[in-house]
Design a protein around this ligand. Structure first.
Ligand code: XUL
Ligand code: CO
Length: 436
């Protein structure tokens, strides 16, 4: 069996003082934090598409990294990627992976041939999973790349495209079922519009829900045990995606009664004008927290740059939400992240994952410290303490009426009890906990 990265050893934890670039400084997989091993808190996943497929091609230029893995035949390349992918997971200690159907096998002349190509590669992946114990965090169908989906998939005005998408997702769910996937993700790549002048929004939304319902029912009927996720994103490639952000998707899932959770991507949150933490907070508050696509955008660029996460404030606040949600069950941290175009070495794949894993390990350590420190949680609790007794308790118990509140307000004169929100103090606490 070919080794594709002979210069890369198994990456080990060496601690914050290490100057070995191929070692973890903060991610110590077996170390217990908040009652769980770090690796079980973080459940890192390798994204097949960025790690094994993306070669640096952008709108202005061709690829900069050679990911041909010594072959030009499309099926041989697909097989080589299985070997390379499992080598990367083995060397980094990443225990999960995620893929689109089209990442793992090329399309054939027709759907039947495409599905046969998939079966050949899924056989290989299944054998590798048995041999190594690596697990599928989720799979998905790429229903946005091929021109047949130029108007959308579930939201296409063309029923033939809807039917093709349904068949494609069916096959991807069968693959997920066979591989024991912990999840299946729907990211609506072109489920949106570029102009309302040609769009029947009501029918498109109904149809999107119809597709999701059919696929979920089918998945459950064949024994799929994982979570079904929607991954919100506000735009790109379409001007407007229906799955705009967590709040919009939750409203949609409730309207149509769909039993799904969210797969929240950091960069999609910031594209929607929110913080990563906000998106997670909405999901956990509403009971839809599921999984995470870990990455970061660029403050100065208005698109989905999918950078490996380096910002420890972000990862800390994200892991704070994850811990408060009770941790991942079937979800995890999937690196939907890619190296920058000039990071043109294959070894950069490892530097990128080491950095991303260390950033989230730091986030976990810091979030645990923030919770143990307790000052922030205590402050929030006290801030709302007026609801624990008196008129506040009546409001939350649902026994107060507007007449009673009017009487209360008249007697009170004015609100004299407001206290400081202390944002700057709380930010100082966070800095002290992180760096003190
Ligand atoms: C695109 C994106 C996708 C989904 C899976 O922005 O995030 O790769 O994660 O389709
Ligand atoms: Co994503």
């Amino acid at each position: 069996m070919a080794e594709f990265f002979p210069n890369i050893p198994r990456i080990k934890y060496e601690g914050p003082q290490s100057d070995n670039p191929l070692a973890f400084k903060f991610y110590n997989p077996e170390e217990e934090i908040a009652g769980r091993k770090m690796k079980d808190h973080l459940r890192f996943s390798m994204a097949w598409w960025h790690t094994l497929c993306a070669n640096g091609t952008d709108m202005f230029g061709v690829g900069t990294v050679d990911k041909s893995f010594n072959t030009s035949d499309p099926m041989d390349l697909a097989k080589a990627k299985v070997e390379a992918g499992f080598e990367i997971m083995d060397k980094t200690g990443i225990e999960f992976f995620a893929f689109h159907d089209r990442d793992i096998a090329p399309e054939g002349e027709n759907l039947a041939e495409t599905n046969r190509n998939l079966d050949v590669i899924v056989d290989l992946i299944e054998a590798k999973m048995k041999e190594t114990g690596k697990k599928l965090l989720w799979d998905t169908a790429n229903m946005f790349g091929n021109p047949r989906y130029m108007h959308g998939a579930g939201t296409s005005p063309n029923a033939d495209a809807f039917a093709y998408a349904a068949a494609q997702a069916k096959k991807a769910i069968e693959i997920g079922t066979r591989l024991g996937a912990e999840g299946y993700t729907f990211w609506g790549g072109r489920e949106g519009y570029d102009t309302l002048l040609n769009t029947n929004m009501g029918l498109e939304l109904d149809n999107m829900a119809r597709l999701l319902r059919m696929e979920i029912e089918y998945g459950r009927s064949i024994g799929f045990k994982g979570n079904f996720y929607v991954e919100p994103k506000p735009k790109e490639p379409t001007k407007h995606q229906y799955d705009f952000d967590s709040a919009t998707v939750i409203g949609f899932l409730r309207k149509y009664g769909l039993d799904m959770k969210l797969n929240i991507e950091a960069n999609h949150g910031t594209l929607a004008g929110h913080t990563f933490q906000h998106e997670l907070r909405v999901a956990r508050t509403e009971g839809y927290f599921g999984s995470v696509d870990a990455n970061i955008g660029d403050m100065l660029l208005g698109w989905d740059t999918d950078e490996f996460p380096y910002n420890v404030y972000d990862t800390t606040l994200a892991m704070y939400e994850v811990l408060k949600a009770g941790g991942f069950e079937k979800g995890g941290l999937n690196f939907d992240s890619k190296t920058r175009r000039p990071s043109c070495g294959l070894d950069d794949i490892f530097h990128a994952h080491i950095m991303g894993m260390d950033s989230f390990a730091l986030g976990l350590r810091m979030a645990d410290k923030l919770i143990k420190d307790g000052r922030i949680d205590k402050f929030v609790e006290e801030r709302y303490s007026s609801y624990n007794s008196g008129i506040g308790k009546k409001i939350v118990d649902g026994t107060a009426t507007v007449q009673e509140l009017e009487e209360y307000a008249l007697a009170m004169g004015d609100v004299k009890t407001n206290t400081s929100g202390r944002q700057e103090y709380l930010e100082a606490v966070m800095n002290q906990v992180m760096f003190g």
